[in-house]
Design a binder for this molecule. Structure first.
Ligand code: ADP
Ligand code: MG
Length: 350
């Protein structure tokens, strides 16, 4: 799995197809499902109609060597993940994703079969999350692969949730578990180094399956909006966990002008994650709050909604909001108070 399999396949050069041939080829199997998509691929612009709803719009750019490494990231997974990270941002507004556009820049190192793999992943995500691919752009690159996805979503105005609505005494709630995607990456990096030394050494990654899946095939929490609706909960603020909760909490607190206490013993950690942290001799709390790419949702709710979430397996109450002057703290298992510092992923550092 650590090899770029596409190198070994029969390779068709992209140049043979030309730009328009390529666009036709990679987009022909996509179907449009949404009534709101009046016009998809094939004109100068897509046309969308949300009637009385509000539209949300978000975009991400992924660069080979910066955001992904094709030596352990299969292209199909990359396509899927590139869509998911954008849908996650739509979910973080408490909106429902409906359309995407995908733009790619490809060097001549990539044969058509590689682009087909990438689009197979994009299509899988479109089908699973029921979003329409309505456009994009295709161009060449002198070095690696770049992929940019833009996602559109819709919501009623009163459903939209911003980072800025958290208030003192609100509860801080997290979906799913955290830290695993980061440790999945550490395992993949380690195995890549082993592989570089001895290419015949195919790693046995069974015991890491959950954390590796969290890294290679994350999912967007498109289920949470409906779940909260059913529970009759309207979050006061919300953000998705792309850079680690420490950094995300800071964004909420800054935008809302509040402080917060986060409790170490409340952090939802998967047993496989805990085992791997032990194996790497690394502190699981540090990774849980600073690791990124889990694509869970972090949100605040009114204290009176406590009973509605307390026993729900999708949610963990991990802290509460305080006044701005109290600052941002992690309360450890030993009951000491440590100031929260953002060590989230920063594009300008390594
Ligand atoms: P233009 O010259 O107006 O930019 P293009 O020839 O680039 O148009 O694109 C033709 C159509 O194909 C447009 O609808 C565009 O959105 C769509 N398209 C182009 N590249 C991609 C891609 N990589 N993925 C999906 N749709 C694409
Ligand atoms: Mg174009």
């Amino acid at each position: 799995m650590l090899e770029n399999k596409n190198k070994n396949k029969n390779a068709t050069s992209i140049a043979q197809l030309g730009e328009f041939g390529l666009i036709d080829h990679i987009t022909k199997n996509f179907k449009l499902e949404h009534k709101s998509t009046l016009k998809g691929i094939g004109d100068d612009a897509a046309v969308l109609d949300f009637e009385s709803k509000k539209a949300v719009l978000t975009t991400d750019l992924l660069i080979e060597g910066v955001h992904f490494d094709l030596s352990y990231m299969p292209l199909k997974h990359l396509g899927y993940k590139a869509v998911v990270v954008n849908l996650s941002d739509v979910c973080a507004m408490n909106a429902t994703p409906t359309q995407i556009t995908v733009s790619i820049a490809v060097s001549n190192r990539f044969p058509l079969e590689a682009i087909e793999e990438l689009y197979a992943g994009i299509q899988k995500a479109c089908e699973f999350y029921k979003v329409d691919l309505v456009g994009g752009d295709t161009t060449s690159s002198t070095t690696g692969l770049m992929i940019s996805v833009t996602a559109v979503g819709q919501a009623n105005e009163e459903e939209l949730v911003y980072r800025s609505g958290a208030q003192e005494n609100d509860l801080l709630v997290l979906t799913g578990d955290i830290g695993s995607a980061y440790m999945g990456l550490q395992v993949l990096e380690r195995e890549k180094q082993v592989f570089l030394v001895n290419p015949n050494n195919q790693p046995d990654l069974d015991m890491y399956s959950y954390i590796i899946e969290r890294q290679l095939k994350p999912e967007a929490r498109t289920d949470i909006k409906g779940l909260l609706e059913k529970l009759n909960i309207r979050p006061t603020s919300m953000i998705d966990v792309s850079d680690g909760i420490s950094s995300e909490i800071m964004h909420i607190c800054k935008a809302s002008e509040v402080g917060c206490n986060l409790y170490e013993d409340k952090l939802p950690l998967d047993p496989q994650f805990i085992n791997v942290c032990e194996e790497f001799n690394i502190d699981s709390t540090t990774i849980a709050i600073n690791g990124g790419e889990d694509y869970e949702l972090l949100f605040t709710i009114k204290m009176e909604d406590f009973d509605k979430v307390k026993a729900n397996p999708h949610f963990s109450i991990i802290g509460h909001i305080t006044s701005k002057s109290e600052g941002l703290h992690l309360i450890t298992r030993e009951n000491t108070k440590i100031e929260l510092k953002a060590r989230g992923w920063n594009a300008w550092n390594d």
